[in-house]
Ligand binder design. Structure first.
Ligand code: SF4
Ligand code: SF4
Ligand code: SF4
Length: 258
């Protein structure tokens, strides 16, 4: 990939655009990262409509809430060699997925006068919509992690994320353990890489980066259920839409250990 201009598209589906904002707050680093790169789509820099033709890397932010979102995700997949999700919304459906859990028809009827005119699809993990090559997790993304992964991809390397829990990063930084104080923290089952940023502000981890595959889900959930009950435990995992992925990962893990 090194000797030719790499074509990159940064797409925004339904989202708060916080992840794209994070990228735009690092203009110098981004410019360094994109030296020799052609941006085929990035609405923060231009508003020309995307010309759909083959390109190298698609970074996709946001959830597929509308038909148009679905179309953009599928087209980005079709035309890009590499498809990368940008942030929790894109990877897991994010906060929007809450409507799946709370009864999406009922919620629409409560919010809109004419709910039948509003598209109301089930919110899905991006991996259930299109084939995803890499994820850049977290709500919002960590700019350093974005740049590291973008550099690797631009230079033809396979980016990896260190496989460890949020607890590892929390304890290395010497933060007080909230779980030990009886707060339902999801750090032990969550993939690290966010530098335990919530724990820095004494907020328990709500698992926005998704499951750490090596976690002991059974024992952690037993402990959390004892503290706050299963219903609350599930509610916590619903905040960032990671409940489904955790159920899937837990099932796969249980199958392997049988
Ligand atoms: S992951 Fe968070 S910051 Fe990023 S677009 Fe979604 S809600 Fe916004
Ligand atoms: S506060 Fe949470 S993330 Fe930190 S060590 Fe305790 S359980 Fe792990
Ligand atoms: S501590 Fe947990 S909720 Fe907070 S950013 Fe990290 S993974 Fe997300």
């Amino acid at each position: 990939m090194k000797d030719k201009k790499i074509k990159i598209g940064i797409f925004s589906l339904t989202s708060c655009e916080g992840c794209e904002n994070i990228i735009s707050t690092k203009p110098r680093e981004l410019l360094k990262a994109i030296e020799g790169v052609e941006l085929v789509e990035y609405k923060f820099l231009e508003d020309e409509p995307m010309k759909w033709e083959p390109f190298d890397i698609a970074f996709v932010e946001g959830s597929t809430i509308t038909r148009e979102n679905l179309e953009v995700a599928k087209k980005a997949r079709q035309y890009a060699k590499i498809f990368v999700t940008l942030g929790n919304c894109a990877q897991f459906g994010g906060i929007h997925k809450m409507k799946n859990y709370r009864g999406k028809e009922r919620l629409m009827a409560e919010i809109y006068k004419y709910p039948e005119t509003i598209e109301n699809p089930e919110i899905m993990d991006m991996e259930d919509v299109v084939k995803v090559d890499y994820n850049i997790p977290t709500c919002p993304i960590n700019p350093e992690e974005f740049l590291r992964i973008a550099y690797d991809l631009i230079n033809g390397r396979r980016p990896t994320i260190a496989q460890r829990t949020v607890c590892y990063e929390c304890q290395r930084r010497g933060y007080e353990c909230l779980l030990m104080k009886g707060e339902p923290c999801m750090g032990p089952i969550t993939l690290g890489g966010c530098n335990a940023v919530c724990l820095k502000s004494k907020m328990p981890c709500e698992a926005c980066r998704g499951p750490y595959e090596g976690a002991n889900f059974e024992s952690h959930f037993k402990l959390i259920d004892k503290m706050v009950g299963k219903v609350r435990r599930e509610e916590i995992l619903e905040i960032f839409g990671v409940k489904d992925k955790i159920i899937k990962t837990r099932k796969q893990k249980n199958k392997k250990t049988k």
